[in-house]
Design a binder for this molecule. Structure first.
Ligand SMILES: Cc1cc2nc3c(=O)[nH]c(=O)nc-3n(C[C@H](O)[C@H](O)[C@H](O)COP(=O)(O)OP(=O)(O)OC[C@H]3O[C@@H](n4cnc5c(N)ncnc54)[C@H](O)[C@@H]3O)c2cc1C
Length: 469
């Protein structure tokens, strides 16, 4: 019986399990938390209190892994936002014209998203979910050339207070999807192997989020309002429509600015965005809960694809391999696209027919995972380099040239649908980052904006929050 294990049961782990299920006799999904029966917050995914947008390529990949899940998510109240016609968007270059476009963002609360996807996963044959179980290490097999399982610990059922003794759980393939806090580098070291090099770009972005009821009688010609930060005014804010006609509103500060976590401070912070439109929309909205903060937002990639003595039978995906500043909304899409590619590669390798993985499968696969991490990094990592102190030392010349090109691209995209579409292709992971260098786009960018940008004046209210948890 072929058997695969996935560690971590948030979205990357759920997607990986769906990718493996058609190709293995059994798949065990190991999750440290107990899942709530309803769409509720849980400790292992603290970020679910914050705005989550699903980019176009990401929700298409999700729907291929879990056929019909998009319909289900819409039925549960998640909202489709077409860019840019349904979105009032202030980029660095100004307000973007609202032309009809094909890039759809799926907007809703993260708890509903995870809950719906989990329900779909449990319908798949051969999947076993081990909740309240923690992965603590890897096992070797094939004379030390491959990973042959994991070390697990169960939550001590009698006391619900601690963890039992570690035990071995054998598998032909192990996927680590335990998120930013992944122990994979330590686990590799304890097998006598190299840990991966890391790249970090940290624009010190801090989020504050609150769910609100729109003010009575509110009308607007947008479903979503997004005001992006610039290095000059390092604050952004977004109003996202979520289930039951509510708004999830996030404001964030970059470069060390931290919104304080009270309603009053939240509004004050919103007043200091590059436009007061978001503040004006939310000032009379009714808060439906507390203001929550999140500060673990650095772009961090672990270069597993460069590790020389990689053990077969082991793969790392999701935030554990590459995590991004959430302001760019890419983590779930990268996880879903990587998982979809894994499913396709397993099909080509005819794992179901042969009952085994071809030698070197994991080595090759980690490069494909790195490809998607890189595609997102080209946006988030590169954009965040513009913030002081985000990287160590002076910026290399290619990064400085890239920033100058991007700055002009953002100016031109405000009034030029061709350029805006190329930009959205990149940000929605619909096309490789080179899409913004296609000849017609390049020409338009080099020619420069045809009209002056609108609405780029800054309102430099610099009131800092009073506290941050
Ligand atoms: C504030 C914020 C806003 C965001 N907004 C967006 C957005 O708009 N769009 C978007 O695409 N992405 C967004 N992201 C990123 C997104 O949340 C992640 O990319 C997404 O959750 C996928 O991550 P993951 O599954 O790899 O890891 P995580 O979501 O971190 O989940 C890791 C899972 O592993 C479990 N686990 C951890 N250790 C162990 C262990 N040892 N054994 C067993 N289980 C373990 C945890 O309990 C958890 O379930 C945002 C992130 C933040 C912080």
């Amino acid at each position: 019986m072929s058997h695969a294990v996935v560690l971590g049961g948030s979205l990357a782990g759920l997607c990986a399990t769906a990718a493996l299920a058609p190709h293995f006799d059994r798949v065990t999904l190991v999750e440290r938390d107990g899942y709530p029966d309803e769409p509720l917050w849980r400790r292992g995914v603290p970020q679910s209190r914050h705005t989550h947008n699903l980019m176009a390529a990401g929700h298409r990949a999700l729907d291929r892994l879990f056929p019909g899940v998009l319909r289900e998510l819409r039925a549960l109240g998640m909202v489709q936002v077409r860019m840019p016609q349904d979105m009032r968007l202030l980029m660095a270059g100004g307000w973007v014209d609202r032309f009809p476009g094909n890039h759809v963002v799926l907007s809703g609360s993260r708890d509903v998203l995870d809950w719906a996807v989990r329900r779909e996963l449990l319908k798949l044959p051969g999947v076993e979910v081990r909740q309240q179980t923690e992965a603590v290490g890897l096992l070797e097999s094939r004379g030390g050339t491959a990973v042959g399982g994991v070390l697990l610990k169960d939550r001590d059922g009698s006391a619900w207070a601690g963890w039992g003794e570690p035990y071995e759980w054998e598998a032909d393939f192990v996927v680590d999807a335990t998120g930013r806090g992944s122990q994979a580098p330590d686990w590799l070291r304890s097998l006598g192997r190299d840990a991966p090099a890391e790249s970090v770009v940290d624009a010190r972005c801090a989020y504050a989020t609150c769910v609100l009821a729109p003010p009575p009688g509110h009308t607007a010609d947008w479903k979503c309002l997004l005001i992006q930060a610039t290095p000059e005014v390092p604050r952004s804010g977004i109003i996202n429509p979520i289930e039951n006609g509510r708004w999830m509103v996030s404001v964030s500060g970059m470069g060390g600015e931290r919104p304080a976590l009270t309603h009053r401070a939240f509004l004050d912070f919103a007043k200091g965005l590059r436009s007061t439109e978001l503040y004006e929309a939310v000032r009379d909205a009714e808060p439906l809960g507390e203001v929550y903060g999140s500060g673990r937002t650095e772009n961090r990639r672990r270069h597993f694809e460069r590790v020389k003595d990689w053990p077969d039978g082991f793969l790392v995906i999701g935030d554990a391999a590459g995590a991004f500043n959430p302001a760019y909304g890419q983590g779930i899409s990268v996880a879903a696209l990587g998982a979809l590619e894994l499913r396709q590669a397993l099909g080509r390798a005819r794992v179901r027919d042969t009952g085994r993985l071809p030698e070197g499968f994991a080595q090759a696969m980690r490069k494909r995972i790195a490809h998607w991490v890189n595609a997102a990094w080209m946006l988030s990592g590169n954009a965040d380099m513009a913030y002081e102190g985000a990287t160590e030392g002076p910026l290399p010349l290619p990064a400085r040239l890239g920033m100058r090109y991007t700055s002009r691209l953002l100016d031109v995209a405000t009034h030029d649908p061709l350029v805006a579409n190329a930009l959205f292709d990149m940000t929605h992971l619909m096309a490789p980052p080179q899409a913004v260098l296609r000849p017609r786009v390049l020409n338009a960018v080099l020619r420069g904006p045809r009209q002056p940008a609108s609405g780029t004046s800054s309102h430099g209210n610099s009131s800092h929050g009073r506290e941050y948890a």
